[in-house]
Design a protein around this ligand. Structure first.
Ligand SMILES: Nc1ncnc2c1ncn2[C@@H]1O[C@H](COP(=O)(O)OP(=O)(O)O)[C@@H](O)[C@H]1O
Ligand SMILES: [Mg+2]
Length: 248
C-alpha cells in the first residue's frame, strides 16, 4: 500500500473573475519510507499541494489517500489520521507561538490529546532533536533559527507521524546549519520509519535527501525522476527542471 497517493489534484484560489488555478491536475505517489522531493520555482504551487495534504486547505478537487485512507476536502481530518500527518513549515520564526515557552509549544498538542506524562515526553522530544532539556523554559526568540527549526521538528514528531510534510525546512537557515538539520531529519526518518514529502527549490537539498523527485512548474507536475537521474543531472551540471522526465 502506498503511503500517499495524490491524483488529479486541483486547487483554485478565489479572486478575479474566474479565480486563480494554483494547482492543475497534479498526480504523484509516495511509497512507505520513501522521501519524495517536490521541486520547482517559487510560486509553482508546492506549498499549496502540501497544505491540501495536511488538511490546512480544504478547497480542492481530485483525490488524496494516506495509507489507503481517502481524505475528503469537506471533512476535517481528525483522530489518528490527523496525528499521522504532520507538517514542518518553511519559516521557524513564524511557525512557533512567540509568547509561549517551548514547554507549552511542545506540550499543548499532547495535553489536547490527553497524553499523560507530558513533561517527560517534551524532554525526550528535545533530546531527540539534539536540544538540552533547559530549552523547554525558553521562548522562541531566545533560540537561534536552527534551534527553532529543531523545536518545530520535535513538535511534529511528538504525535508520532507516519507521513512528514517538509516545506523548505532549511531555506530560512544559515548554510552551516542546513546540513545539520537535513542530517537530523534523515536520522529521525530512519529511526521512526517515516515517509517524507520534501518541498525544496534547492537541487542540492533534493539530491541529498530524496529517493525520487517530482518537478513542478506553474501548477503542474512536469516529470518524476529517480535518484540516479537527480545525481546524473548534477554530474553534468545541467540540472534543469524540464529535463527531468519519466513515468510519474
Ligand atoms: N491563499 C492564497 N490565496 C491566493 N493565492 C494564493 C494563496 N496561496 C498561494 N497563492 C498563489 O498560488 C501560487 C502557488 O503558491 P505556493 O503554493 O505558495 O507556491 P510555492 O510554494 O511553490 O512557492 C502562487 O501564485 C501564490 O501567489
Ligand atoms: Mg512555498
Amino acid at each position: 500500500m502506498k503511503a500517499l497517493v495524490v491524483s488529479d489534484l486541483s486547487i483554485t484560489f478565489q479572486g478575479g473573475s474566474k479565480g486563480f488555478a494554483a494547482v492543475r491536475g497534479v498526480s504523484f505517489d509516495v511509497a512507505p519510507k520513501e522521501t519524495l522531493g517536490l521541486i520547482g520555482p517559487s510560486g509553482c504551487g508546492k506549498t499549496t499541494v502540501l497544505r491540501a495534504i495536511a488538511g490546512l486547505n480544504t478547497n480542492w478537487q481530485g483525490s488524496i489517500a494516506i495509507f489507503g485512507e481517502p481524505l475528503r476536502p469537506e471533512v476535517k481530518i481528525t483522530g489518528e489520521l490527523r496525528s499521522s500527518i504532520q507538517m514542518v513549515f518553511q519559516d521557524p520564526y513564524s511557525s512557533l507561538h512567540p509568547r509561549h515557552r517551548i514547554s507549552r509549544i511542545l506540550g499543548e498538542p499532547l495535553s489536547v490529546r490527553k497524553v499523560v506524562n507530558v513533561e517527560q515526553h517534551v524532554r525526550d522530544a528535545l533530546d531527540q532533536v539534539g536540544l538540552p532539556s533547559t530549552a523547554a523554559d525558553r521562548y522562541p526568540h531566545q533560540l537561534s533559527g536552527g534551534q527553532r527549526q529543531r523545536v518545530a521538528i520535535a513538535r511534529a514528531l511528538l504525535l508520532k507521524p507516519k507521513l512528514l510534510l517538509l516545506d523548505e525546512p532549511t531555506s530560512a537557515l544559515d548554510v552551516s546549519v542546513q546540513a545539520e538539520i537535513l542530517n537530523l531529519l534523515n536520522d529521525l526518518k530512519a529511526s521512526h520509519g517515516m515517509t517524507f514529502v520534501l518541498v525544496s527549490h534547492d537541487p542540492g537539498v533534493v539530491a541529498h535527501m530524496c529517493d525520487r523527485v517530482a518537478a513542478m512548474r506553474a501548477g503542474r507536475v512536469t516529470g518524476v525522476a529517480g535518484r540516479d537521474d537527480i545525481v546524473r543531472a548534477f554530474d553534468t551540471d545541467r540540472f534543469e527542471l524540464q529535463e527531468i522526465s519519466g513515468p510519474a
